[in-house]
Design a protein around this ligand. Sequence first.
Ligand code: URA
Length: 206
Amino acid sequence: MADTVEKPSSPAARTIAQLSREAQSCRRCALYKNATQTVFGEGSPRAAIMFVGEQPGDQEDRQGRPFVGPAGRLFDQALAEAGIDREETYVTNAVKHFKYEPRGKKRIHKRPDRGEIEACRWWLHAEIRLIKPKLIVALGATAARALSGRTVTISKLRGETLEFQGHMGLVTVHPSFLLRVPDAASRAEEYRKFITDLKRAARLGA
Ligand code: URA
């Protein structure tokens, strides 16, 4: 781990750990009922860049960590290509429980609704207040909505510098969007645009 990461005994690290423990028993909305566990944010308590995704997926729900499934692996690869060390950032989600629909043995992701996003915003705001990042990057429309409090069209705001909760903000696509692009050429093009956004984030967060 990089030497910029605070020791677990620092006040910010302690408070994030405490917040994460408290979130384990969150009942602010009904999503806890079917999820395995709360998936809280993780990373450096002194992170300059905070990434906000939508909600944990199947793997995240099982492992209790954000962005560790297929979208997370793509995200890690893109971060590395953009020259960002994930361990120096803070990675979290707008909604901290996995929302899904059982289909046979599979659990199919369901997008969180407005009430669930609002209920979970309390945790997101608490994370922002503790981390005090220089830049917040919304990965996809749900994160952008949770951070701005309004419906956001990614394509309209992409590339602009915004303000999220008094912090500089950027919006880009969610990594799982890249996994869904059907043809290889378009997927490569979208991935390239994602890397461009992450490089911009690296410059703004430096
Ligand atoms: N998608 C998200 O939005 N967050 C995760 O943690 C995993 C997948």
